[in-house]
Design a protein. Structure first.
Length: 256
């Protein structure tokens, strides 16, 4: 499936790049369908890698959708092509933000969720760059718009970010001050952030800074969990934390 900027509400033009998304993998609920969560992989990965892990979680009432990012020439790798939700030159608060890529991926995520039943709770989660993308979706939700100013159509009930960072952190505060409605939406959106203290890819300080930025902007239902000595990977302790948090926040039934 492909998206140009017009799919995220942009004007569209002949020079607008088209983003070709890869395969989407679905883990269907084993019990009553109560929630659908998009899980976003990290840089250079694909959706199938996470679908295998998510299938083992004790959340029988959750449907997982695991899309695959477009393959693009990445500035971070000197133009080498790999799967990425958006372009990035460095993981830094001072790095330029690829709003076009962020909006295209956010639109792809919202389009996937728009097909879900109206009585099902919706969430976005991810690892590393996928976590950054989940947080950008949260940003679009609370602002009520994409970065290009066009309306964001999905209501989200939960955000999970593992070993990630907050895109557009330099302009985030200014955006949040646009309307009082943004503060109200932020206050009611549950977010779980997890980060290993020994992460040498997305350093721990990025996780801490993200949590502080979100908290100071009015995200009152934010939980930040640190894992001593853990690097840029997930552990059973962390996935157990995610499962327990989602079951509580989404009020999921424990049995199929």
């Amino acid at each position: 499936m492909s998206f140009g900027s017009d799919d995220a509400g942009g004007a569209g033009s002949s020079t607008t790049p088209t983003f070709e998304f890869g395969s989407t993998y679905v883990v269907r609920p084993k019990g009553k369908h109560q929630a659908t969560i998009i899980w976003l992989h990290g840089l250079g990965d694909k959706g199938s890698s996470w679908s295998q892990i998510l299938e083992t979680l004790p959340l029988p009432n959750v449907k997982w959708i695991c899309p695959t990012a477009p393959t693009r020439e990445l500035t971070l790798f000197g133009g080498f092509p790999c799967t990425a939700w958006f372009d990035v030159g460095e993981i830094s608060d001072d790095a330029p933000d690829d709003l076009e890529g962020l909006d295209a991926s956010a639109a792809h995520i919202s389009n996937l969720l728009s097909a879900e039943p109206p009585d099902v709770k919706l969430g976005v989660a991810g690892f590393s760059m996928g976590a950054a993308m989940a947080l950008y979706s949260a940003t679009c939700l609370v602002l009520g718009r994409y970065g290009n100013g066009n309306p964001y159509p999905i209501k989200l009930s939960a955000i999970v970010g593992l070993s990630g960072w907050l895109p557009c952190s330099r302009t985030f505060r200014t955006w949040m001050e646009e309307t009082h409605e943004s503060e109200l939406r932020a206050a009611s959106l549950p977010i779980l952030l997890c980060h290993g203290s020994a992460d040498d890819v997305v350093v721990y300080e990025h996780g801490e800074n993200t949590a502080q930025t979100l908290s100071s902007a009015g995200f009152q239902t934010l939980t930040f969990k640190s894992y001593d000595g853990i690097g840029h990977y997930t552990t059973p302790e962390e996935t157990n934390e995610v499962s327990n948090w989602l079951a509580a926040i989404l009020e999921l039934e424990g049995e199929p």
